[in-house]
Design a protein around this ligand. Structure first.
Ligand SMILES: Cc1cc2nc3c(=O)[nH]c(=O)nc-3n(C[C@H](O)[C@H](O)[C@H](O)COP(=O)(O)O)c2cc1C
Length: 136
């Protein structure tokens, strides 16, 4: 099974999840400015919310996908909203790419809110989640 990890992070929170997920499934965590280089069965795609929306970089990355992707597994951090699942789902459906039902989300620190998040327990949960997706 071919697996890839792409993520966008401004403050590093989603980047921490990306690294934990990538390590758990034995691939490199790359940022969304690195296009996919070939077909993949599973793409773990990480994003966050900034002023209610995902960053344009994430939109650009999804719009630019020109290889076959079996399914995209969303992971995200945010301070207030639940996750970026729906927003990313809309981008994916515009491209005809399937989004997995499963996702990983946890709180991300934002100023005085959620200090230390994601923490070690979040990173372990993200790694376990990724292993379940890939290994069943
Ligand atoms: C400029 C800015 C705007 C934000 N707006 C929102 C928001 O509208 N809703 C929300 O839930 N979190 C919001 N957040 C919090 C981020 O989603 C949260 O800190 C997230 O973990 C950042 O991920 P990153 O460190 O990977 O960039 C905002 C953060 C920043 C810096």
């Amino acid at each position: 099974m071919k697996v890839a990890v792409r993520y966008y992070t401004r403050g590093g929170n989603t980047g921490k999840l990306a690294k934990a997920i990538a390590e758990a499934v034995g691939v490199e965590a790359l940022t969304t400015d690195c296009p996919l280089e070939g077909d993949v069965d599973v793409l773990f795609l990480g994003s966050s919310v900034y002023a209610y929306g995902v960053d344009d970089e994430v939109k650009k990355f999804v719009a630019g996908i020109d290889v076959k992707v079996g399914k995209v597994v969303n992971f995200s951090t945010a301070a207030l909203v639940k996750s970026t699942y729906k927003q990313v789902g809309k981008l994916l459906s515009a491209k005809g790419i399937a989004q997995a039902k499963e996702e990983y989300y946890c709180k991300g620190s934002f100023g005085p809110m959620h200090k230390g998040k994601p923490d070690e327990a979040d990173l372990k949960a993200a790694a376990d989640f990724a292993k379940r997706i890939v290994n069943g």
